[in-house]
Design a protein around this ligand. Sequence first.
Ligand code: TRP
Length: 455
Amino acid sequence: MKRENFGSKLGAILAAAGSAVGLGNIWRFPIETGRNGGAAFILVYIACIILLGMPIMMSEFLIGRHTQSNTARAYQKLAPGTPWKWVGRLGVFTGFFILSYYAVVAGWTIEYAVLAVSNQFQGMTTKAEFEQVFTNFSSDPLWPIVWLIVFILLTHFIIVRGVARGIERWSKVLMPMLFIIIAVLVVCSVSMPGASSGVQFLLQPDFSKVNSHVVLSAMGQAFYSLSLGMGCLCTYASYFDRKTNLSKTTLQVCVIDTMIALMAGFIIFPAAAAANYGLTPQDIGPSLIFITLPNVFQQAFGSIPVLAYVFSVMFYLLLIVAALTSTISMHEVVTSYMAEEFHLKRNRSALIETCLSIFLGIFCALSFGCLSDVKLFDMTIFDIFDWTASNICLPVGGMFIAIFTGWYLDKQLFRDEVTNGGTVHAPYFKALIFVLRYITPLAILAIILGNFGLF
Ligand code: TRP
C-alpha cells in the first residue's frame, strides 16, 4: 500500500509548524517565562532551541522520512533486533499522556470561545472578575469534561479522514491568520499605557535567577513547544516527500515557533503590567492567559466594543485551531503506531486512542475541581502529567534520538537524507554530527541530573 504524502512542500512545512505551534507557545510559554524570571529564561530557552531542538528535529525528520513508517517501526527498520524500538515506544506513551492533559486546556479554549461569542466579557474590568470566571468554570465537574471530550472527538474526526486531506488543508489557511491576529495583539498590548514594566521583564535578563530548575524548565519548554522527543515530527516526516529540504524545514519551523512564543509573551506581560495586575506567583499557572487575555481585549479596544468583540472571537477560534493541529499530531503518533503494529484498521486504532485519552483526561480536568487535593510532591494530577512529560519524558526521548542518529545511524544514509541524495548543499554536516554525538546528549543528561542535585 502506498503511504499518503503531504501534497506540497508548503503543506509539509505548515503541517510541521501546525504541530509545533499551539498551546505550548501561547499558553505554556508565558507561564514558564513568568515562573522562571523572564528575560534570562528566554535566553536559556533560545539556547536550548538551537543546541538541542534543531539537531533533534533534523534527526526526527530524517529518521521519519527515510523509513516512511511510524516511530517504533522506524527504529526496527533502521536497527532491527535492537532495543532501539523502545525509544519509539516511549514516544508513543509520552504522546498519549500529553494528549490527555493538553486536551483539557484545549477544551478550556472552547469554553472561552463560547464566552467570547456570547459577549460575556463585555464590561468586565477587574482581575477579580476574570479570575472568578476562570475558577467557576475550571472547577465545575461537568463542562471542562464535556469540552475535553468534544476536543478529542474533533481531533479524532480529522485523524480518521486521513493525513493529507485533513491536516494539510486546515494548516494552510488558518496558521497565517493566527499569526496576523497575534501580531496585532502584540502591538496593542505593548502600546497600552503602563506596559513598559512588562516589556522590561521580557528584555532585561537577570542571570542571578538562573538555576538548575530554570534550565530544566527551559529545556522542557523547548521540547514541548517544538513537538520534539516523542516521534511526533518523525511520524509527520514519514509523510514528507523526497524533495523536502529537511534542514530548511527545520529552520523554518523553529523560527516560526519561537516567534509565536515570544509574541505571546509580549502580549501577556505588557498587558498584565498595564492592567496593574501585579502578577503574583499564584497567578502564574494554568490560568494565566485565561485571566489576562480577555482583559487585553477589553482594555485594548474598550472604546470600540465591536473591535473587542471581533478580536476576542477570532482569537479564541484560532487558538482552538492551533491546539487542534497540535492534538492531531500527537493523536497521529499513537494511531499510526497501533494501526501499523497491531494491524488494526486506522479507524479502530484511532478510536482506541480517543477513548484512552478521554479517560485519562477526565482525571486531569477534575484536578482543578473535586480532585484538586490529590497531590504528589505538591503537584496536582494535571501538574504531574505536565511536569513529567515535558521535563523528563521528552528530553530523555530526545537524548536517545540524538544518540541514535549521532552514533548508531549509518553516516552515508544520514548524509543522503540531509542532502536529498546529494542535491542539496549541506556544509554544516560535520558540525551537526558532532553536536548530535557530544553536545546534545550530554547537555540533556547534565540538565536532568542537575535538577535532581546529582550533578
Ligand atoms: N508543540 C505543541 C504546542 O506547542 C504541542 C505538541 C504537539 C507536542 N505535539 C507534541 C508537545 C509532541 C510534545 C510532543 O502546543
